[in-house]
Design a protein around this ligand. Sequence first.
Ligand SMILES: Nc1nc2c(ncn2[C@@H]2O[C@H](COP(=O)(O)OP(=O)(O)O)[C@@H](O)[C@H]2O)c(=O)[nH]1
Ligand SMILES: [Mg+2]
Length: 377
Amino acid sequence: MPDPLPLHDGCPQPRPDWVPEGCASDPAFATWVMQGVRPSGASTVRPPTRRRPTLSTEDYVRGVLARDPGVLGRAITLVESNAPAHQRQAQEVLAALLPHTGKARRVGLTGIPGAGKSTFIEAFGLRLAEQGRRVAVLAIDPSSAVTGGSILGDKVRMEKLCRHPNAFIRPSPSGGSLGGVTRKTREAILVCEAAGYDVVLVETVGVGQNEVAVRAMVDAFVVLLIAGAGDEMQGIKKGVIELADLLVINKADGDNLPRCTAALAEMKRVLHYLRHATEGWQTTVQTASARTGDGVADVWATLGQFFTTGERTGSTARRRREQAVAWMHALIEEHLRAGFYGAEPVQARQAEIENAVANGALAPMAGALALLAAGGR
Ligand SMILES: Nc1nc2c(ncn2[C@@H]2O[C@H](COP(=O)(O)OP(=O)(O)O)[C@@H](O)[C@H]2O)c(=O)[nH]1
Ligand SMILES: [Mg+2]
């Protein structure tokens, strides 16, 4: 029970503070302070502000394997965390999930901003989800960290897919280095696989190096192109096309259709001269429109052929083995680099040696040896 309210002038009913002394029984002051009504049995103790209970490693593992979407989301948040304690737990969770991973089709999808990636994924993902497949979408969008706008746009463009029980959509953490995003996305793929997703789509904005990073973590790579945007701009010269197993000339609808048909013929010709991304697979090109739905099913059909071929030739399994080994080396390099540049004696001498190299007082090789020596190497 709360403390009883102070009585006023000995009056059995308390009066408000502003009632002058000695006027408690004056009928001119008609206000009384009444005891508040409390439902019987209600606690007088204020409940603590609700915090989600922390999950144990076992809770994470059990929840992910039970396909609990809430736990899946939290497991990915754990994997994405940069806090050392979280990273330790994340590695425990991943180690326990590892035997349950590897069964999904891992598909990367890239294209310049505005190529129609999100709209395409909505149409494509919904198709798969409605066929009973479980689809996870991991979207890496470095621009969203700055503008915040594209995530909002994606929510609108993937509205139906967002709500479909067979789909799980997760934007990448904003900011952070490409290396950080790469680690998090790789690990998020594994968590999604353990949660029983059959298809994991990794969407990335084609702005440069992140296509290469995504290519190194997926089985199949799809590049969305739009007719008339300028080949150079879309990465033909940057070699993005050479990363692709499947090129899709998107927005092939309405007035744009003739241009897309022309682009299709042109691209078929170009493909003869390019190196193919996957051994034993001839990179294909086709048109599609997420707006009309034309060609969307064909993209899945082509991917089906790609995976069938990959099983027959063993190229998918081989690529995964190579990816795992390359990733291990990338992690070692990252660890060594961080350890070296983070060491106090290296930090103490780095600026001075850099200046000497910049001024020409020291050759780059001599500078490298001096800094390595400072770091005890
Ligand atoms: N005509 C047409 N427009 C499309 C199609 N797909 C996307 N768009 C439009 O292109 C713009 C960019 O689409 P969005 O999916 O956000 O592209 P993203 O930046 O690659 O994710 C939006 O205005 C879409 O409405 C399509 O198949 N046909
Ligand atoms: Mg988008």
